[in-house]
Design a protein. Structure first.
Length: 238
């Protein structure tokens, strides 16, 4: 037997090599599921410190909220452990989590596994986060007027948004209805002419946005004057 035939017999076939590679391949570990409310309620309460704020890049390339890396001081059979956990920053906007680095939070977790990244439930954020998450409450002499202007601003923005949603539908109904000879709007509202409806829908978009912005500006002016008055009063007292 020649050397080439001996080498051909000793060399494994391509199918055997692929099968061997598949047998030796170790798939990556599946991520742990996030514990439920009941599991967190039965878990451990601890104090954590926010160590890092990592920008969370969206798939489209734009920046979204930050991810906060929290280190939890725990123990396993008397042995001290530092558990890294990651949670989304409650403050909106990119780089907002940097203001929270070094702050303490109260958390709950269910295991002492250092690789269980999402095993965390923050039950108490720092004071500045609680203040930022409080709903806006108008108070003072101009509170009623500011609230009314705020409601009007929201209503006109909704009207403008409705125009944005209805304009392409009315345009399609007008074009394809003219070609097919049958319009959906004519069956629903026979008194309304489709061209008039389309013109009104297009017109409410800039009108709603403009009036909504004007109402919001008026509301902010009232709130700004109220804050200025409070500042002057507090300075006079001090």
């Amino acid at each position: 037997m020649s050397a080439e035939e001996t080498a051909g017999q000793e060399r494994p076939s391509l199918l055997r090599r692929i099968r061997k590679a598949l047998d030796e391949f170790t798939p990556p570990p599946e991520p742990h599921p996030t514990p439920g409310k009941k599991e967190f309620a039965e878990g451990r309460e601890a104090v954590g410190i926010i160590r890092y704020a990592v920008p969370n890049d969206s798939p489209e390339g734009g920046l979204t909220d930050d991810d906060l890396v929290i280190h939890i001081d725990a123990s396993d059979d008397g042995r001290p452990l530092t558990l890294p956990r990651t949670v989304m920053c409650p403050l909106p906007g990119p780089c907002a989590g940097r203001r929270l680095i070094g702050k303490k939070v109260v958390v709950r977790h269910t295991t002492v596994d250092p690789d269980y990244d999402n095993d965390i439930l923050v039950t108490r954020w720092p004071q500045e986060v609680q203040e930022a998450l409080k709903p806006i409450r108008y108070a003072g002499p101009g509170a009623v007027r500011a609230r009314i202007w705020g409601i009007l601003s929201a209503c006109f923005f909704v009207i403008g948004y409705a125009g944005v949603m209805l304009t392409p539908l009315l345009l399609c109904d007008l074009i394809f209805g003219s070609l097919a000879g049958q319009r959906v709007l004519a069956e629903i509202l026979p008194q309304v002419h489709p061209v008039i409806a389309l013109v009104v829908s297009v017109g409410v978009i800039p009108a709603g946005v403009f009036v909504g912005c004007s109402c919001a500006t008026r509301r902010d002016t009232l709130l700004g004057g109220e804050r200025k008055e409070k500042t002057l009063t507090s300075n006079a007292r001090s």
